[in-house]
Design a protein around this ligand. Structure first.
Ligand SMILES: [Zn+2]
Length: 492
């Protein structure tokens, strides 16, 4: 490994590309049902020089002005922390796979309980089942606590004040301004959200005062809309949409659509960019319904973003950087499912008012949930004492989502690295982007060639620029939650 300067940065860029390509391929093969095991250990072994303390110190202390450095620095530190926590991470995953919940005289796999709850029409049975899940979760929490204590220890060892400090500095997440934005959003949408939530809960026979998290899983299943979203029109609707944006999918050999049926294939759509931009897999098991459509369009948004990234850039701009950007582009396509004009044009749906009103309410719920998660994580990750925050999790989620959450979920309902902040930034970015498109090209912007060209131009930059910098290129000020809040509270 080169020690300093340009040579070190070039080496890291090259190694990061090889490592990410190999791990993404391994995940792709496993989740697509093409390979039974997920063998990441040999890849880590091959690239062990990437995540040593020595490498971390070199990249953290480098004074180079090279624009790749921030992205590479975040990548190396993340990998270093992942390595340190690997044994516990695997142990937790093993427990989540092996544990079962006793239900109706059978052993239900722990991870399938969510699905079961969404399909259970009886509220008392839902609560009983969720209570059983919570007991299993609580029994796993010792491992999760140890994992976070270890990560907090490593964080301090690297010279950061706290995990909040580490994520904020390395990921340029601007967590404090984001907190202010989301607190205002929670405040401004409170009344609209509460009124709608109570109405919807009564609609499924649940007393709002007694409502729990499991009742929302049931509420948002909303199978009554599924008939309008048939399986056989999914892929044709996606292709027609992309053609409308000037993307000819038949002339796009770098996006490989995998629709084949395999017994062990993931039921949920995903995108695997194994070589950006030359080899991008979009893997789906189409079964229809509104959820499945949204998932496909979301993943297709990632796939098109990756496929359009200009290949003559370093990997730090193609495959690393601010994930709010790729998530934002994924949401742009997903959000077509929230457009009256698109539903009419591509699915022939003439009466979409009830569906649109419902999915907007769902999105408002999601945003409030993520806003509450952000407030919680800012507290959780501040002092190195995970156990002290279990009750705060329940309080914050309960008060902002409006149904009862349990303290036992305080570490299971959590992603590493403030990914909740990436999503929040992505939703804000996406709504602003669409507001620009609508202003310039109208409600049917998705059929406008210029809109397509603008989108492709933004895609081509990869994640070289942050969401904020991309918005400035479109003459927008910084992140502004206004367009999103307006959209979600209109006509509820
Ligand atoms: Zn995504």
């Amino acid at each position: 490994m080169p020690k300093t300067g340009r040579a070190l940065i070039d080496w890291l860029d090259e190694q990061a590309a090889a490592f990410s390509g190999a791990t993404t391929r391994e995940y792709y093969l496993n989740y697509a049902g093409l390979k039974d095991d997920l063998s990441l250990a040999p890849i880590y072994r091959r690239h062990r020089a990437l995540f040593t303390r020595e490498t971390v110190d070199r990249i953290v202390t480098t004074r180079s002005k090279d624009e790749r450095v921030p992205n590479l620095r975040e990548f190396v530190v993340d990998g270093y922390l992942e390595q340190a926590a690997k044994r516990l991470t695997e142990e937790i995953a093993g427990r989540e796979t092996a544990d079962t919940v006793e239900w109706d005289g059978e052993d239900l796999p722990y991870r399938s309980v969510q699905q079961e709850l969404a399909n259970e029409p009886d509220a008392a049975r839902r609560r009983d089942l969720d209570q059983r899940r919570l007991e299993v979760t609580a029994a796993q929490n010792g491992l999760r606590e140890r994992r976070w204590e270890l990560l907090y220890g490593q964080t301090r060892g690297l010279g950061f004040d706290s995990y909040v400090d580490l994520c904020d500095k390395l990921g340029a997440l601007e967590l404090q301004p984001l907190r202010e934005i989301t607190e205002r959003f929670l405040w401004e949408t409170e009344l609209t959200y509460r009124a709608r939530l109570e109405r919807e809960l009564r609609g499924i026979g649940v007393d709002p005062a007694l409502a729990e998290r499991a009742d929302l899983l049931r509420l948002f299943r909303a199978s009554q809309f599924d008939d309008s979203f048939p399986e056989d029109r999914m892929v044709p609707a996606l292709y027609a949409t992309l053609r409308g944006l000037g993307v000819d999918v038949d002339q796009q050999p770098n996006v490989i659509l995998d629709t084949e049926d395999r017994p062990r294939k993931s039921p949920r759509a995903f995108c695997a960019p194994t070589r950006i931009p030359d080899e991008i897999y979009l893997v789906i098991s189409p079964h229809g319904g509104h959820d499945d459509y949204r998932a496909l369009f979301h993943e297709a948004g990632h796939a098109q973003h990756f496929a359009h990234i200009s290949g003559n850039q370093p990997f730090a701009f193609r495959g690393l950087g601010d994930n709010s950007v790729t998530e934002g582009f994924a949401f742009v396509l997903e959000h077509l499912l929230y457009s009256r004009a698109w539903l009419r044009r591509y699915l022939g749906i003439k009466k979409s008012a009830a569906y649109l009103s419902f999915v907007r309410f769902h999105k408002l719920y999601f945003l409030r949930r993520y806003a509450a998660k952000l407030l919680y994580e800012l507290e959780l990750h501040s002092d190195g004492e995970p156990r002290a925050h279990a009750k705060r999790y329940a309080d914050l989620l309960t008060s902002h989502v409006g149904v009862r959450y349990s303290a036992a979920d305080y570490l299971s309902d959590l992603d590493d690295g403030f990914y909740c902040a990436r999503y929040l930034r992505a939703w804000i970015f996406e709504a602003q982007l669409r507001a620009v498109f609508r202003r310039r090209w109208g409600e049917q912007w998705f059929r406008n060639r210029d809109a397509g060209a603008t989108l492709r131009d933004l895609w081509s930059m990869g994640q070289r620029y942050s969401a904020v910098e991309l918005l400035r290129r479109l003459d927008e000020p910084g992140l502004d939650i206004g367009p999103l809040a307006e959209e979600l509270t209109a006509g509820s």
